[in-house]
Structures are given as C-alpha cells and as structure tokens.
Write a protein that binds this ligand. Sequence first.
Ligand SMILES: C[C@H](O)CC(=O)SCCNC(=O)CCNC(=O)[C@H](O)C(C)(C)COP(=O)(O)OP(=O)(O)OC[C@H]1O[C@@H](n2cnc3c(N)ncnc32)[C@H](O)[C@@H]1OP(=O)(O)O
Length: 725
Amino acid sequence: MGGTTTISVGSDGVAIITIINPPVNSLSFDVLNSLKESFDQALQRDDVKAIVVTGARGKFSGGFDISAFGALQEGKAMTTGLASKPGYVSIDILSDTMEAARKPSVAAIDGLALGGGLEVAMACTARIATSTAQLGLPELQLGIIPGFGGTQRLPRLVGLAKALEMMLTSKPVRGEEAHNLGLVDAIVSGDELLEKARQRALDILAYKKPWVLSLYRTDKIEPLGEAREILNFARAQARRQAPNLQHPQICIDVIEEGIISGPRAGLLKEYEAFQVLLKSDTCKSLIHVFFAQRGTTRVPGVTDLGLKPRQIRKIAILGGGLMGSGIATALILNGYQVVLKEVNQKFLDAGLGRVKANLTSSVKKGKLTQEKFEKTISRLKGVLDYESFKDVDMVIEAVIENVSLKQQIFLDLEKHCSPNCILASNTSTIDLDLIGEKTKSHDRIVGAHFFSPAHVMPLLEIVRTSKTSPQTVVDLLDVGKKIRKTPVVVGNCTGFAVNRMFFPYAQSALLLVERGADIYKIDRAITKFGMPMGPFRLCDLAGFDVAVASGSQFVFNFPERTYKSMIIPLMQEDKRAGETTRKGFYLYNDKRKASPDPEIKMYIEKAREISGVSVEPKFGKLSDKDIIEMVFFPVVNEACRVYAEGIAVKAADLDIAGVMGMGFPPYRGGVMFWGDSVGSKYIYEKLNEWSKMYGEFFKPCDYLAQRAALGAPLSSPLDQAKPRL
Ligand SMILES: C[C@H](O)CC(=O)SCCNC(=O)CCNC(=O)[C@H](O)C(C)(C)COP(=O)(O)OP(=O)(O)OC[C@H]1O[C@@H](n2cnc3c(N)ncnc32)[C@H](O)[C@@H]1OP(=O)(O)O
C-alpha cells in the first residue's frame, strides 16, 4: 500500500493533482482514495477552475498496485466502507467523480500510463502526452482484464479493432501513435507538458476545445452488426492463440456488453468479471511470474555486497555457429563492440553472414532501419587469431560441446586476454570446473548460457562456480540487463538449471513410447498443456546431434536416473537427425511443415528389442492427463533436486528458468509453482508408484519425499540444504 496524491493550485485557477508512489506511481488503494479526495477538494474550492492530473518524476502511472493482488486474492479486505462497494473505483471515483465533474480535467502524460494509469487518464476530459510516453492496457498479461473502465473507454477513443489489439496483445503504444489513434489530444515536449496541459484545461473550460466524455463517445464504435463481426473475429483469434485461457474471451464479452447495453452496464460487467478473474489460477500464476522475473536479479551474497558493475565495452566471441552468431547479434544490437573469432575463413564468413542475416531479417520486419543496420553491423569484426583479444573486456566461448577443446581454448584465453577479462562459456551442459580445470583463472570463469536463437530468446543462465567472484557475476548481470535478457544466476553442475529440467522431459517421453504410447499423441497432449511444442518435435528442431551430445553428459553424470533408449541412435544410423535432414520423429516438407512418419514404428520396435521392454496395452490408452503427469512429474522431481542442491537460490528462479528457457506456460506459473498447485504429496505418490513399476528414472528425490511427508509446498524456502551460490 502507501502512496498518495498532492494538490497545488496555481494563480491561473488550475489545480495540479500529482500521483506519488515510487517507483512507478502505482495505484494503491491509498493513492486511489487520495485521488478522490484531491478531486473532491478541487471541485469544492472556488479558486479552482480546472484540473490537471499527472504523475511524479516523469511517470504518469504503471497501473493498479500489483503487490496488492495477493491480499485481494486471499480475500483479505483491503477496502472498507464505501471502498468495498461494487465498482467503487471505476464508477464512483473515475466515472462519477472525475469524468462527470463540472470542472474539466486534463491528463498530462509522460513516461508510463499503463493499466489503471491509462484508465485514470481516459477518465479525464482530455489527454496531453510526450512522444516517448507509453500508453497501454497490459492487464491480460496478468490474467485479468482492465478493471477501471478500460474495456469501455479504450474502444470509444481508438475504435474497436485497435482497442482489441491493444488489450489482447498487452502491447503499449508510444505517444505519437496514441495521438494518431485519438487516444491523446496533443503531443508536446516534456518541458512544456504541464504548461500545455494547464492551458488545454482552461481552453476546454472556455469552450475553445471540445469537452467530450470518453465513456459516452460513439463516433469510433462501429454499427452493431459490424462490431459483432470484429468481436467474433477477435474471439476466434484469441481461441486459436490461447486455447487454455478464459480471460481474453471474457474481456471480449465485457466489451460487447458495453456496446449492446451501454457503457454503464459494461462497467458493471467489467467489475464483476474482474473480481472473478483476480482469484483465478491463471492470474495467480501470472502475478507470480511477474514478481519472480523481477526477483532474479537479487542474488544473496552477490548483489547485496555494494559492488558496481565494471564497464564492458568490447566482447570477443569464439565460434560463429548458430549460438555464437546469435549472441553477437544481441550484443551489437545493444551497443557492444564485438570480435568474432573462427578457425578458418570459410567458417568466419559463414558466421558473419549469419549475424548479417539476423539483422537483415529485422530490417525486413520493420524492426530496424537501414541506418541502424549499418551502425549495428559496423560494431562487428571478424578475426582468425587472438591478436585483437588483448583489449577485450569479456570473452564468450561458443564452440561445440567438447570438453578437451574447451579446456584448450580457456588455456589460450588466459594467455591472450588481459588478467581482468571475464572468461565466459556458453556451454549448455558441461561442468565449468572441468572447462577451466587447466587454468589459474577460476575467479573470472563464468557460464553465460544463452538459448537459441540467442538474439531472440529472453533468458540468460549465468552459471557461477564456487570460485567465480561476485564481481564477475555482477558484471555479467549488467551485460544481461543491457541486452534485455532476464538473467537467472545458478550454481555449477552438469546441465545447470534449464537443461537439468529439460533432460527428464525428453527421457520420460521416450520411456512412454517404448512402453507403447504414441509419439504424436504425446506431442499433442504436451502442446495442449501449453508448451510451444512436444518433446519429439523439439528434439527434431534441436537436432539429434545436440540431443545426443548433451544427453551423454547426463548419462555419464546421473546414470542411476537415465533412461537409455536406443530410438534416437537407431535413427541416426539411418541419417535421420531431425529437421535439418527433413527426417526425425516427423517428416518435413519444403516449408518445414511437420507430418507424422509411419516408418517410426520400425525404430521403436528395434529399440524395444534392445532394451528388452515390452508393450503394455495401458500405455496405448493413456489420457492427456496421464501423459502430462508422466512427462512433467519427473521434471518437477529434477527441479526439486536442483533446488535442494542449492543450484538455484530460490524456487521462483526455477520457475523463470522453466518459463523462459523451456517454454513452460507462464499461466501455469513455472515448474515449481505448478508442482505446488498439483501438490507435493500427489506427485510423490505417483512417482513412487511408477518407480516401482518402471524403474529408478521415476524415483522421487529425498527433498520431494520430505516435502510430501510434511505436506509442505515445494517452493517454501530451503532450511536444510546449503545453497551452493
Ligand atoms: C484495475 C486495473 O485495470 C488493473 C491494473 O492496472 S493491473 C497493472 C497494469 N500495469 C502493468 O501491468 C504494468 C506492470 N509493470 C510493468 O510492465 C513494468 O514494471 C514497467 C513497464 C511499469 C516498468 O518496467 P521497468 O522500468 O523495466 O522496471 P521494473 O523492474 O519492471 O519495475 C520497477 C519496480 O516497479 C514495480 N512495479 C512495476 N509496476 C508495478 C505495479 N503496477 N504495481 C506494483 N509494482 C509495480 C516492479 O515490481 C519493480 O519493483 P522492484 O524494483 O521492487 O523489483
């Protein structure tokens, strides 16, 4: 809670009401009540003729206070008296106090006007913004719908189609676009924002500018028949894109109610829907992800030591393959000078070509101007030797997953780089202590594990060994922030956090198939659950060589819980290696469209013979729920091990690693959060039962067993295990 508004009245008779609640001027109930009081005061005072609403420190408002959601979801009364009246904020404050006032009000918008922030601005008589302001209704991203009248006012200001797009995608628009759309009435510079807003308010009062209430505008709304077509189209699109989510459909219903029965009825329906959605599992999961994502940069023993990041200007990358070129793209796009090293001219040209192709694709999509393209590509230099490594601040090694090659490279780097240079490896599985074994630079060796394509995927797994210095981690966190990645700092082990969780995902799927389950049915069930693709389609995409290379690390390090299926090696013998060879678990046509391949049966049968496993009829009849449990409970089990070993400091970090690194559906909150929603006891019992029938692979770990015995959540803070960070 907390926060307030202030009111100051100028000699021109304009009252400036300022929202103050750092860091983003969120609308807590204290702020909302204070906003009403300030408005009431301005309306009563004879020396006030008109009102301007703005936010302190260049930010209008980031919306309703998300940290208050938890208490509201638990049904704890955050509101008393009048404030608990249905629709109190959207009807009593925004509509009947602000919008219906007999004195005009102008929203002066700089920085953010998101969610409830934009809803407050839309309840003003007019809006003036800077060109850099960001205006949007991102509520759907949190599993709710706009709750302060946004579903009713936005369509009336920008038209139905655009309003639907803004709400369903949760994407904000910049000031200029908002002006073109009619969402704001004028664009001015930050310096003159308040002055122009005051003037606008006085002009409205003097009838020099129109005095129009957003809620009752009709000029932008299509006639009913056309409106219904647009709404139905949006419904179908939302159903296709988010088949598991209810709230986009509810948002459309609420908008429709306003169009059919009038905006006041729309406001009431909005209020009722908001109350229900707020308590939904989807909302709880998405709010968890929102805060968990912001919490990943808080690493005890690292970010609480008062260390400042050192300046990193020039970064060298070893290896111009898919990963190296993607990392180079991300770095040069965000202002870093990059030296890309390859072993011969042919590979170097190919690597530089990949970076160029990445940028060209952004130009084609209109995300990058030609001018910015030239500037960006000029930051990249290709080399064949270590000559220019002497003044780089960081090296990121991104060569193939081969331990001895990496060991040699780190020895070379020690010779050619400055003693302060950070030595990072993009390995996805190999223990960093092994990679740096032959060097004396253990304090500056760190993992910088990007996900492919590195210039697109949002996660950066930062791997810290017991000897990596906190300064090195702080420096890498800063680079991560500058290239707009969400970092998750984890301890060192085979596979780190993401691949440790990924490993059982593919393994259990193979186990199910050997026992008689259908490959394509598994992929369908997993996709329905919300993963971007099933384990088999993913294996094809990554390529079998990658799957086998990283898989072998697990077989070697965790033999007791590895399910050794021969399906993939058998397919490799026939030169089937996934999508690149157009044949894997699926067949691929020219357009990379995947279709099931009946020949797969042959490999499965051979693999069964080798492992001595026989088909069990019940595996052919597994329901989607069975498949999801048999694939994801081992993932939860492994996440528990990772947490108990102290590889992750917080369970929430594993949730973010799963959501951003594996594509685990954010509306299920992440692997540990989802595990808790299912219940530790249930997961334990199931795994225990399967381990007796199908072997060690399913055996629940000690941590899971303990939590189940205590009936405690998996994600509660660790008490007994020592974090490794
Ligand atoms: C009834 C209404 O219709 C319902 C609503 O309004 S729901 C809220 C709608 N608003 C939103 O969804 C906006 C959510 N916030 C954001 O997208 C981003 O935080 C932002 C674009 C505002 C700022 O981004 P950025 O500058 O990168 O800073 P970011 O680290 O995300 O946030 C800064 C801090 O503000 C907090 N914060 C941001 N928005 C907040 C909000 N609406 N309520 C409470 N805290 C908020 C963050 O948790 C973070 O706190 P921390 O420093 O303690 O971790």
